[in-house]
Design a protein around this ligand. Structure first.
Ligand SMILES: [Zn+2]
Length: 308
């Protein structure tokens, strides 16, 4: 069984050959069929219909706001070779000026938008949001401090002073459901203290660390538990701002939990019966992540012994 989580499943052909041709990229922007997805402060423009959609607009707005758009990313082509772009319009003084280029549209938070658009569109949203954010955060060369320039349609920035090429980063996060027999471990981070929200343990991978080592270290740090077998389940891009969630099941070889008070407000064992109730939102005092998050699917796969 393979999973295509929300924020994966992007159908666009990213056009690796075409994006290396800077003149072609400039020309494609002015093609009649070119489509643009505006972002205001990283919130995408959304068509508010019963089935919400990403709100693509044509290039008319570029003529009206020549100085109002900063970063522009080439996302790729659909099967008709229509070019798709994402554009940061945060410099436009009044973002509502963009709304006149389409009907029933508004800027919406990426998380809530992802829950209402199709999986394929959420994949495009992930690519666009992560890339625009990277350009906002990396305007200047980290070697010499000169302002660098976006190239390859946004897949690289080059410093013309010291010639260093900079590439967009993706931050791997290990996320794992720890289990032993008929019990599993879920925790509550300090940010969720005093709430009813429990989820899988998770943490950023360190440099020079395999996925298995990252899983074992994070579990040890957050719960004090030792892990033996680590099994990969699936992965999910998470564009807030640019993580890749690497979902695993991790078999504990010890029992006693000692949670890290600097990071976790609670970590505890749950029975499989309780987890099944929580998945149906019927466990008193405990809420777990919904289907938008990979954690939900890791928990469900263990509870129902599918693809573990
Ligand atoms: Zn430089």
């Amino acid at each position: 069984m393979s999973y295509t989580h929300i924020f994966a499943g992007n159908p666009l052909d990213r056009g690796d050959v075409e994006r290396r041709d800077e003149q072609l990229l400039r020309d494609m922007v002015w093609q009649d069929n070119a489509k643009f997805l505006p972002f205001h402060k990283l919130n995408p423009l959304i068509l508010k219909k019963q089935q919400a959609e990403l709100a693509w607009i044509n290039n008319e707005f570029l003529k009206e706001f020549p100085g109002g758009t900063s970063n522009r990313t080439f996302l790729g082509f659909d099967t008709e070779r229509t070019p798709y772009f994402a554009v940061d319009v945060s410099r436009i003084e009044n973002p509502s000026d963009i709304l006149k280029f389409a009907e029933q549209v508004d800027f919406e938070d990426g998380r809530s938008a992802a829950a209402s658009i199709t999986n394929e569109q959420s994949g495009i949203l992930a690519q666009a949001r992560s890339n625009l954010n990277w350009h906002i955060q990396n305007r200047f060369c980290s070697v010499c401090g000169t302002e660098s320039e976006s190239q390859r349609g946004g897949l690289m920035r080059e410093c013309h002073s010291c010639k260093t090429q900079h590439f967009p980063r993706t931050d791997p996060v290990a996320i794992m459901l720890v289990y032993k027999g008929e019990q599993c471990v879920m925790g509550q981070t300090l940010a969720r203290s005093n709430s009813t929200f429990y989820s899988c343990l998770a943490g950023f991978m360190d440099q020079g660390e395999s996925i298995e080592e990252g899983v074992r270290r994070e579990v040890r740090e957050e719960s004090g538990l030792e892990v033996g077998k680590v099994t990969y389940h699936s992965s999910q891009p998470w564009p807030f701002p640019s993580s890749l969630m690497i979902g695993c099941h991790a078999e504990a070889i010890s029992d006693e939990i000692t949670s890290d008070p600097g990071e976790m407000s609670d970590v505890r064992w749950f029975t499989k019966e309780d987890v099944k109730l929580a998945l149906e939102d019927k466990l008193d005092g405990v809420n777990i992540p919904g289907p938008i998050a990979i954690a939900h699917h890791l928990i469900k796969a263990w509870a129902y012994e599918t693809n573990k």
